[in-house]
Design a protein around this ligand. Structure first.
Ligand SMILES: Nc1ncnc2c1ncn2[C@@H]1O[C@H](COP(=O)(O)OP(=O)(O)OP(=O)(O)O)[C@@H](O)[C@H]1O
Ligand SMILES: [Mg+2]
Length: 303
């Protein structure tokens, strides 16, 4: 079953000035399967937060359909399956993590004992056990992000939506957040997060949707998007005389005693291997260098 399905979603904002209309979402389709980590990728202003706000029912779409586990997004049944971490979470400074989680649990009218157990469990999950009695005003950006994530999980949602969860985190914070996201997937949750930090996305997502200027430009499994595309072949070799390279007009880079040649096709790479063997050289490695998510993303944007 699809955890989240968006069909032909449109959203227009009207400006107060001259009643001009801006079409921010131009009929987007998104398909998130149950149990996967979905990366929603797009440059600033592409429409990621607007899409998420529509899914959460914070703003209303002009057209299109949104369903969550097969139910229309604006039903109670769909709503209670969703957890959400906003782009810039902000909490009351004078609460501790535990108090915040208790407060949120009570909003969901969960039984007292369940709230207490769940709060402890979540504090552990996000690695804040040692800071649980500290007031939130003393928390770093990364810790606020983690307590926000814990809060979004208090009602044990099946679909967790995170808007730019990696922004502003240092490399350690990013690694920790990636690990938490993966552990949530292992616990059977579906994760949908927006980001423009490509490396983080590439490391954990199953599927990617690229949004640009209010339209989905590409959607697919990361493995399919990346593996089809070899950018170039890199052949590293040693033991060939410089003169032979010059005679054959071969352009090389040097690294210590090795030469490196980039070739565009497999055939060109094979020609190099034959040349090296024919000149008493040794092949050190031949690597097909694949497209990264960044290459795909840039290709979509720049063309
Ligand atoms: N309430 C609003 N009224 C008018 N325009 C809006 C409103 N909210 C968003 N926009 C515009 O819609 C566009 C998309 O904004 P959105 O916040 O969805 O982008 P984003 O992809 O989340 O970007 P970022 O990566 O910067 O968070 C922007 O041009 C923004 O200025
Ligand atoms: Mg945004």
């Amino acid at each position: 079953m699809k955890a989240l399905e968006i069909k032909k979603l449109k959203k227009t904002f009207k400006s107060n000035f001259l009643f001009k209309k801006y079409e921010i979402l131009k009929g987007i389709d998104i398909n998130v399967e149950e149990g996967e980590i979905y990366g929603f990728l797009g440059p600033n202003g592409a429409g990621k937060t607007t899409t998420i706000k529509c899914v959460l029912g914070i703003i209303f779409p002009d057209a299109g359909e949104i369903s969550i586990f097969g139910k229309s997004y604006n039903t109670g049944e769909a709503r209670k399956k969703v957890g959400f971490l906003p782009e810039h979470p902000y909490f009351y400074d004078y609460l501790t993590a535990r108090e915040l989680l208790t407060f949120t649990g009570n909003l969901f009218s969960l039984p007292k004992k369940q709230v207490s157990n769940r709060a402890d469990e979540l504090i552990k999950l996000v690695g804040l056990e040692k800071k649980r009695e500290l007031k939130l005003k003393k928390y770093s950006k990364g810790m606020i992000q983690r307590v926000g994530l814990a809060q979004s999980l208090i009602n044990d949602p099946d679909l967790v939506i995170l808007d730019e969860p990696f922004s502003g985190l240092d490399p350690i914070g990013r690694k920790e957040l990636r690990d938490i996201i993966i552990s949530l997937k292992e616990a059977g949750k579906t994760l949908f997060f927006s980001s423009h930090i490509l490396q983080d996305m590439e490391m954990i997502v199953d599927k990617v949707g690229i949004i640009l200027d209010g339209s989905i430009r590409k959607e697919g499994r990361l493995s399919d998007l990346i593996s089809h595309s070899v950018r170039y072949y890199e052949t590293v070799f040693t033991g060939v005389a410089e003169a032979a390279l010059r005679e054959n007009n071969l352009e090389t880079n040097r690294l210590d005693n090795n030469y490196i040649i980039k070739s565009e096709s497999e055939k060109d790479a094979n020609d190099i291997i034959r040349f090296v063997n024919g000149h008493k050289g040794q092949i050190v490695s031949v690597t097909p260098v694949k497209m990264t998510l960044e290459d795909i993303f840039l290709k979509e944007i720049v063309g």
